[in-house]
Write a protein that binds this ligand. Sequence first.
Ligand SMILES: Nc1nc2c(ncn2[C@@H]2O[C@H](COP(=O)(O)OP(=O)(O)OP(=O)(O)O)[C@@H](O)[C@H]2O)c(=O)[nH]1
Ligand SMILES: [Mg+2]
Length: 193
Amino acid sequence: MLIKQATYLTSVVDKEKLISDEKPEFAFVGRSNVGKSSIINNLTGKKNLAKTSSSPGHTRMINYFEINGGQFRFVDLPGYGFHKAGKKNQSMWAELIESYLTSSECLKTVFMLVDSRIEPTELDKIMCKFLIQTGRNFVVIATKADKLSRAKQNQAKKQIASALGIREDIIIFHSSLNSQGKEQILNYIENLI
Ligand SMILES: Nc1nc2c(ncn2[C@@H]2O[C@H](COP(=O)(O)OP(=O)(O)OP(=O)(O)O)[C@@H](O)[C@H]2O)c(=O)[nH]1
Ligand SMILES: [Mg+2]
């Protein structure tokens, strides 16, 4: 599938204001700095669509992007586990993310991002358990795959699957630098819309 058009739609900080209509949504969740905004830019082929930053904790709202003239939406969720944000902000974001993931009627699949170079963190494990509990359809994306050789990626896949207690076949390696995995993710989306 090709993404021909992608535009920023809106940002939401209030769980009462989440979009609810009939359009399918694909959400990106993961710890701060894991590469959520970058993957949205890579999949859409638009470099500056979602704001990326080398300083973690950049995305603090739920950002919606409209794809292919409203065929579906991408949803960039605030990153979790950003310590400098302070407890109050962290729990506010956690509540917003949780509320989106449990209540959105548009959500088709959650792409849960983990850093391919790092063992899943405690927060990653909690998020994964939470997703299983909600019964949501989810795929784990191992990001920044350009930093690992194919052999190391195979090792990492086993470690991620065992740490999260999931099957290896729901893990996709992706790189926003060399587009590894892009085709696979877009095909996955195409099959669900
Ligand atoms: N090498 C490499 N670096 C990446 C990749 N994806 C993201 N990065 C870098 O990782 C950093 C964080 O990327 P973002 O996309 O802003 O991460 P995020 O998950 O949106 O972060 P928050 O908005 O803070 O939650 C940036 O410096 C990116 O350039 C990738 O595939 N390969
Ligand atoms: Mg971001």
